[in-house]
Design a protein around this ligand. Structure first.
Ligand code: NAD
Length: 478
């Protein structure tokens, strides 16, 4: 019977990308995968045609049509005006879950962590990666850290479903909600709510700083770690590196409308064109792709051949060890060795077994937004003014609108009025809070507009305005 070929989109990428992609595709082909490959051009060449996104608009049609994308790393040009294509693809295609297994291959590959076998599940669309940034004043640049309830629920639910499906017993969350009480606080709160639905899976929380220290020191204590985008980005590289090499990490980006598979490392431009890069990260990502499209038998065959190659001591420079390795090989020689080992199973490392038919996508269940009473109680108006405070305080203090009055001024988050301290260092952006004199008393939108107009009429630049709300009586602001 002729097996139906699955169409996939392939991008060879930049830097070491074309070399590791060629190696990966050779192995996939030789192993008997059934793929119909549609190649696209993205990255440096497209950026150089002054497309700020690094992707031609018509390329989206192919990605939309075929939904499965194997991507080599892309170089993001330095300087302003260019967007990271990786982030653009993940967010545009709604690929909210980034799955990054980090496993050590001891004793074949040296690592201080022989028993490490964990999966980082990184939120892929939100946090500081929305890329919403401003130069607010001459002295101040700002980025928005955006965490949404549905975005958090999707990724956290994905992590628990992943644990269930893969026989993992524990899901850990890292957050920084001792400081970021609202944004990371929401992520943590949603984690606790979702975790309660999975009584058979242990759940735990670590503040990200000590969590990261534990991860670097005793990674064998973790099984599945779910994290907001930035922590996940950084700590999955750390986890991959301490497992043996960042060149060994593959990842899947999964969403409701498609999936993208890539190495976790970047395009390593300094190693490009030398046939030295380790293709393993992209190869392991391609095995996650084969599993996703239901070609688990081929994935299993390649995975065991790859483990056998590692065992034989055939190593690229990044995992080569003088005493243990048998041959330091280039990218293509490594691929050829894997091809030669197709059909073999490792004897020192544990052979892998893939479930027949692959692992179906887990659709997210999103709970409806909670209903509560939301009341407008004031506004923070950010203004531009050179320090010191006395330059403008007398003008601002006089402003009122309805029951709104100036109740606080902060600089870089530190209160400087009333009762500021002379030692506080100030920059040229000030947060001026206007609320009613009575705590959390309702105010009107028109009064907020009135205050902004009065500030502008005094010749003071308004940088931005943030409305302040209470939710069921609790302040939704810091
Ligand atoms: P990088 O991961 O590309 O490389 C850092 C170093 O890690 C390399 O110099 C090399 O020593 C080692 N390394 C990485 N991959 C390797 C491999 N397969 N085999 C052997 N050694 C390997 O990180 P970088 O230098 O910070 O980033 C380079 C470019 O890649 C930047 O433009 C960045 O924006 C981009 N990037 C792209 C992606 C992606 O496409 N998903 C991810 C991260 C970075």
């Amino acid at each position: 019977m002729v097996q139906h070929k699955t169409p996939i989109v392939v991008a060879k990428g930049d830097g070491i990308g074309p070399e590791i992609m060629k190696a990966t595709l050779t192995i996939l082909q030789e192993a008997g995968s059934h793929l119909e490959i549609h190649e696209i051009e993205i990255g440096e060449k497209i950026y150089s045609r002054s497309t700020s996104t690094g992707i031609d608009p018509k390329t989206w049609d192919l990605l939309r049509a075929y939904k499965v994308f194997l991507k080599a790393p892309i170089t993001t040009p330095q300087g302003g005006g260019f967007k990271s294509l990786n982030v653009t693809i993940r967010t545009t295609m709604g690929l909210y879950a980034n799955i990054r297994p980090c496993i050590s291959y001891f004793p074949v590959i040296d690592t201080k962590h022989p028993d490490m076998d964990l999966v980082v599940i990184r939120e892929n669309e939100e946090d500081l990666y929305t890329g919403i940034e401003y130069m607010a004043t001459f002295d101040v640049a700002e980025s928005i850290k955006l965490i949404s309830r549905p975005g958090s629920e999707k990724i956290i639910r994905y992590a628990f479903e992943y644990a269930k499906k893969h026989g993992r017993k524990k899901v850990t969350v890292f957050s920084k909600d001792n400081i970021l009480k609202l944004s990371d606080g929401l992520f943590h709160k949603v984690f606790d709510q979702v975790a309660a639905e999975y009584p058979d899976i242990i759940n735990e929380h670590w503040i990200v700083d000590i969590g990261a220290a534990k991860l670097a020191d005793t990674p064998e204590l973790f099984e599945v770690i779910v994290m907001p985008n930035l922590y996940g980005d950084i700590l999955s590289d750390v986890a991959a590196q301490i497992s043996g090499s960042v060149g060994l990490g593959g990842s899947a980006n999964i969403g409701e409308h498609g999936a993208m598979f890539e190495a976790i490392h970047g395009s390593a431009p300094r190693k490009a064109g030398q046939n030295v890069a380790n293709p393993s990260g992209l190869l392991l990502a391609s095995l996650m792709m084969l599993e996703y499209i239901g070609q688990s038998d081929v994935a299993e065959k390649i995975h065991n051949a790859w483990l056998t190659t590692l065992e034989q001591g055939i190593h690229t420079y990044d995992i080569y060890q003088e005493k243990k390795s048998k041959a330091k090989v280039g990218t293509y020689e490594f691929a050829k060795a894997v091809v030669k080992n197709l059909g073999k199973k490792p004897s020192i490392l544990q052979p892998v077994r893939y479930e027949p038919g692959g692992k179906a996508f887990i659709p997210p269940k999103i709970s409806p937004s909670p209903t509560c009473v939301k009341v407008l109680v004031g506004c923070d108006i950010y203004i531009f003014a050179k320090p010191p405070l006395t330059h403008f305080l007398a003008k601002i203090e006089r402003i009122t609108g309805g029951n709104l009055h100036l109740t606080m001024i902060t600089n870089r988050g530190v209160r400087v009025w009333p009762e500021g301290q002379p030692e506080t260092f100030c920059v040229d952006e000030w947060r001026c809070r206007f609320t009613a004199k009575e705590v959390n008393r309702a105010v009107g939108q028109d009064h907020i507009l009135q205050i902004q107009k009065m500030i502008a009429s005094m010749g003071i630049d308004v940088v931005k305005m943030i409305a302040l709300f209470t939710f069921d009586g609790s302040p939704g602001f810091s």
